[in-house]
Write a protein that binds this ligand. Structure first.
Ligand code: SDX
Length: 429
């Protein structure tokens, strides 16, 4: 089959660039030789039309509202799988056989505790520190403890660091929560499942026995799965860029945590619930919809819109069903916040402004309602997103490190500043 090429004419010169096909989704124009051939850069702030890498991990079809982890649709994984099996799938590319899953779950379970000295880091924070500030600091500090898993050239060390991070993020997130409410840290329990362990570390106290509600554990596990990976989003791209300098895995994941914190990204779940609470009642929805449409008003509907999804975010669908299920089981199905969310969605999806811009609820629109009903403060929402996404960040980081084409990421710019000029001493200014 003849090689597909893209032709670019600049002045009276025409240049050809190869067009590369993936297994599904948009093909790419390979412009790696553009600057050498033409002396020009491409210009794409926000990377709206740029593929920064090739990957085999996660595929999103924004028009169809489709999300696949290693080819498996997210709704099927949310229904039939569980988070540690999804972690195995994302990390190793295939669904595990029973023995492989047992071995993996065992390895993760035995890495859930953190070094006792790590406890001291928490004591340095104010009690009202945002959990994401704590996680950014503590995750980066892990590099000071696990010297036997920071050599990124050693695949065995990369594997150990990967398992340690998947295992320890729930413990660190739970410690950040306990510290913020002045309760003692709770050690993980090896007999509990990953999600049940996280709820146990968050909500049990040493003063009395605590049994995790299996329905809430199942909902928690599903929330972890829905957030596990999402192609080359801002925080994953941050992890890849940090990793391209051969920084250690703990530093790279800390960079991902920091980026995810932003309200335009992972911070949207916290902002969405705050927005729903600010709206308060259904009759105030039109006022806020009008503000979201007003270009002079910075207000946006948090949990709405997406760079890739121009259809319903498939995760939001599962999240909405889970919200109804959990609130029903908790006996709060007529939760006013859920009612406002559902009415807001109905109104927005019939409003031309949102329809024309293909703005739909995203993963963050309903997740906060479930987490709030489970008893988490809004400040913990993004920390839960971060612990869920750690496996995706690691899978993408491992893929980047193992890529024979790996190069340090170093974008260029369109410079619009001052051209060369001589220094002026004070007397002549
Ligand atoms: C996540 O990338 C990922 O995959 C991220 C994520 C993941 O799993 O990693 O999916 C997780 O981050 C989900 C997104 C969470 N963020 C929010 O919910 C914040 C609110 N949404 C937006 O800020 C916005 O939609 C973004 C940031 C999500 C996407 O922004 P884009 O792609 O840069 O789109 P844009 O800002 O250029 O918006 C296009 C138009 C604009 O209007 P016009 O200038 O064309 O007139 O839509 C408008 C925007 O003003 N618009 C909104 C809106 N989102 C976009 N108007 C009102 N409310 C909104 N929420």
């Amino acid at each position: 089959m003849s090689e597909k090429v893209a032709k670019l004419t600049i002045g009276d010169e025409t240049y050809e660039f190869p067009v590369l096909d993936g297994s599904v989704g948009p093909s790419v124009i390979d412009i790696r030789s553009l600057y050498a051939k033409t002396g020009l850069f491409t210009y794409d702030p926000g990377y709206t039309s740029t593929a920064a890498c090739d990957s085999t991990i996660t595929y999103i079809d924004g028009d169809k509202g489709e999300l696949l982890y290693r080819g498996y649709p997210i709704d099927q994984l949310a229904e039939h799988s569980h988070y540690l099996e999804v972690c195995y799938l994302l990390l190793y590319g295939e669904l595990p056989a029973p023995k492989e899953l047992d071995l993996f779950e065992n390895r993760v379970t035995r890495h859930t505790m953190v070094h006792e000295q790590v406890h001291n880091f928490f004591r340095g924070f104010r009690r009202d520190a945002h959990p994401m500030a704590v996680m950014t600091g503590v995750v980066g500090a892990l590099a000071a403890f696990y010297h036997d898993s920071i050599d990124i050239t050693d695949p065995v060390q990369r594997e150990t660091a990967s398992v340690r991070l998947v295992a320890k993020m729930p413990t660190i997130a739970a410690m950040a929560y306990k510290y913020s409410i002045g309760q003692p840290f709770v050690y993980p329990r090896n007999e509990l499942t990953y999600a049940a362990n996280f709820l146990y570390m968050c909500f049990s106290v040493p003063a009395e026995p605590y049994t995790v509600d299996p329905i809430l554990a199942r909902a928690m596990d599903r929330i972890f799965t829905l957030h596990a990976d999402h192609e080359q989003n801002a925080s994953t791209s941050t992890v890849r860029l940090a990793g391209s300098s051969d920084a250690n895995p703990f530093a790279c994941i800390a960079a991902g945590v920091a980026c995810l914190w932003g309200p335009a990204h992972g911070g949207a779940n916290e902002a969405a619930l705050s927005m729903l609470r600010q709206i308060g009642t259904v009759d105030r929805i039109p006022e806020f919809v009008a503000r979201a449409k007003d270009k002079n008003d910075p207000f946006r509907l948090m949990g709405f819109g997406h760079r890739v999804y121009k259809n319903y975010d498939p995760r939001a669908k599962v999240m909405q069903e889970t919200a109804r299920e959990v609130l029903g089981l908790l006996g709060v199905e007529n939760n006013p916040t859920l009612q406002v969310a559902q009415e807001l969605e109905r109104i927005a999806l019939s409003d031309p402004y949102f329809v024309e811009r293909k703005l739909y609820p995203n993963v963050d629109f309903y997740s906060g309602i479930i987490l709030d009903a489970m008893g988490f403060p809004t400040s913990m929402f993004t920390a839960i997103f971060a612990l869920s996404r750690t496996v995706g960040w690691i899978a993408q980081w491992k893929e980047m490190i193992a890529d024979p084409q790996k190069k340090i990421g170093r974008p260029r710019q369109l410079y619009a500043g001052a051209i060369a000029r001589d220094y002026q001493d004070m007397g002549s200014r």
